[in-house]
Design a protein around this ligand. Structure first.
Ligand code: SF4
Length: 418
C-alpha cells in the first residue's frame, strides 16, 4: 500500500510525523504522491491553525476519495467527532496513541467502521516513545525529548491538548542522537512542547541531559528549539561557555515586554528577570543570537503597554522576532477576558514589530559582515537557486555551490544579510 504524511504545526509535530513515516516504511508501505492512506498531523495553536487543519483534511479527502484518511495531533484531540462526521476522515487519533496507527488501519480495512482512538485523560498520559529512529530528509534532525506542559498560560490550549509535562527515557534520546550522528546529521535540534521541562517528572535536570548530548562523539552542532528564561540555570550557562558544539543562539519566548500584560498572561517571569538572565548569558557569550516570540493585541493591551513591549524589545536587542497577533482560544481564560483588542489595531502592532524585527536583525547581522563563518548547507533557495543554510548563531548564508555540498559544513566570509 502507498501512503502520504501531511504535517502542520510545530517541530514536535514534524518529529512525530517522521516517526510515523518510519512505522509505515517498516510495515512495507511505500511513500507516494498517489496514496491509499493519507495521515494528516494537525495543529491547534491558533484559530487559523484549526481552520487550516480542517481545510487540509477536507482537501485530501476530496483529492483522494478512495484513500483512508487518518488524522492526528492537537486539533483532532479536541474535535474527533466533528472531523469524522464533517471532514471525511476514517480514523482519528489525538496527541497520544500514534503508535497504534497500524492496528487501527488493519481494523478499519477489515471492518470499514470508522475509528476514534483518543485518550481524553490528557493530564495522566505516559510519554509515548515511538521506538523508531526517524532519518529525516532534511540535514537538520529534530529530536523530541519531552511532551506536554504544566504552565497553563492564560491564552494557551496546549496543556489541554498535549497533557501534562512528561519526559522521554534518557537512553532512548542518547541512542537516537548517536544513530543520527552516525548517519551523517550535522545539527541536532532538541525539541519538545516545553523542552526544558524535561526531567521535572523524573527527577533529572535538562542541563545534565544537554551536557551528555554535547559529549556525543562526532556531534557537530546542538541547538535547543526553545527555552524559557526561568529554565536557563547556571549549569546551562556554563555549557554555553564550555562547549563549541552548542549553537550560539537561544530562542527565549518573551510574549510581552509589559509587566501588566505578562501578569494577565500568567507567564512565569517578569521583565527584570528576563533582562538579567540575558545579561548573564552575554557575559559568557557576548555575540550570541537571541530570538523570541511576541504576542501582540493581548486582551486589554493598551497603547502604553504595547510601547512598553516595543521599548523592552529594543533594550534586550534580540536578533529576530516571531510576531503573533493574539488569537482567542476557546476554553482559555484569555478568550473570556474583557477589552479584546480590535483586529485593525492588532494588525498595526504586528506590522510595527515586524519592522522592528527587521531593524534588529540587520543591526545584529551587520556585526558579522566580513567575518569567517561556518554554515551547514541544507537546501537550494528556489528564488536565488543558491545553496543555503544557517550558521551557529542562526544567520542564513547562501552560496553558489552544487548539490553535492548539501549537508556539508562550509567555511566562508559572511557578506550578505538575508
Ligand atoms: S508554556 Fe505556556 S504558551 Fe508554552 S505550551 Fe505551556 S501553556 Fe502554552
Amino acid at each position: 500500500m502507498k501512503f502520504k504524511i501531511v504535517t502542520l504545526g510545530c517541530k514536535v509535530n514534524g518529529y512525530e510525523s517522521n516517526a510515523v513515516r518510519e512505522q509505515f516504511l517498516l510495515h512495507g508501505f511505500i511513500e507516494d504522491k498517489n496514496p491509499d492512506v493519507v495521515v494528516i498531523n494537525t495543529c491547534s495553536v491558533t484559530s487559523v491553525a484549526d481552520q487550516k487543519s480542517r481545510q487540509h483534511i477536507r482537501k485530501y479527502h476530496r483529492d483522494f476519495p478512495n484513500a483512508i484518511i487518518v488524522v492526528m495531533g492537537c486539533y483532532s484531540q479536541k474535535n474527533a467527532e466533528y472531523i469524522l462526521s464533517n471532514c471525511g476522515a476514517h480514523i482519528v487519533l489525538g496527541t497520544s496513541g500514534r503508535n497504534t496507527i497500524m492496528q487501527c488501519l488493519n481494523e478499519y480495512i477489515s471492518t470499514k467502521v470508522k475509528i476514534i482512538n483518543i485518550n481524553n485523560d490528557v493530564r495522566h498520559l505516559s510519554y509515548e516513545d515511538f521506538n523508531v529512529i526517524a532519518l529525516p530528509k532534511s540535514t537538520r534532525a529534530y529530536v523530541k525529548i519531552q511532551d506536554g506542559c504544566n504552565n497553563f498560560c492564560s491564552y494557551c490550549t496546549i496543556p489541554y491538548t498535549r497533557g501534562q509535562s512528561r519526559s522521554r527515557n534518557r537512553l532512548s534520546i542518547i541512542n537516537e542522537i548517536k544513530t543520527l550522528v552516525k548517519n551523517g546529521y550535522k545539527e541536532i535540534v532538541i525539541t519538545g512542547i516545553h523542552t526544558a521541562h524535561y526531567g521535572l517528572d523524573i527527577k533529572e535536570k535538562f542541563s545534565d541531559l544537554m551536557e551528555e548530548i554535547l559529549n556525543i562523539e562526532g556531534l557537530y552542532r546542538v541547538r535547543v528549539s526553545s527555552i524559557e528564561e526561568s529554565e536557563i540555570d547556571d549549569h546551562f550557562i556554563e555549557l554555553l561557555a564550555k562547549y563549541k558544539n552548542i549553537a550560539n543562539h537561544l530562542h527565549m519566548p518573551l510574549q510581552s515586554g509589559s509587566p501588566t500584560v505578562l501578569k494577565r498572561m500568567h507567564r512565569k517571569y517578569n521583565v527584570e528577570d528576563f533582562i538579567a538572565k540575558v545579561n548573564k548569558i552575554r557575559v559568557v557569550k557576548p555575540d550570541i543570537a537571541i530570538t523570541t516570540d511576541v504576542i501582540v493585541g493581548f486582551p486589554g493591551e493598551s497603547e502604553e503597554e504595547f510601547l512598553e513591549t516595543y521599548e523592552f524589545i529594543k533594550k534586550v536587542g534580540f536578533s529576530e522576532l516571531h510576531v503573533f497577533p493574539f488569537s482567542a482560544r476557546e476554553g482559555t481564560l484569555a478568550a473570556n477576558m474583557d477589552n479584546q483588542v480590535d483586529e485593525k489595531i492588532k494588525a498595526q502592532r504586528v506590522q510595527k514589530l515586524i519592522e522592528l524585527s527587521n531593524e534588529l536583525h540587520h543591526q545584529y547581522a551587520s556585526k558579522f559582515i566580513g567575518k569567517e563563518v561556518e554554515v551547514i548547507l541544507e537546501e537550494r533557495n528556489r528564488k536565488t537557486s543558491l545553496l543555503s543554510g544557517f550558521t551557529s548563531n542562526y544567520l542564513r548564508v547562501s552560496v553558489d555551490l552544487p548539490d553535492s555540498y548539501k549537508g556539508k559544513i562550509y567555511k566562508t566570509i559572511y557578506e550578505v544579510i538575508e
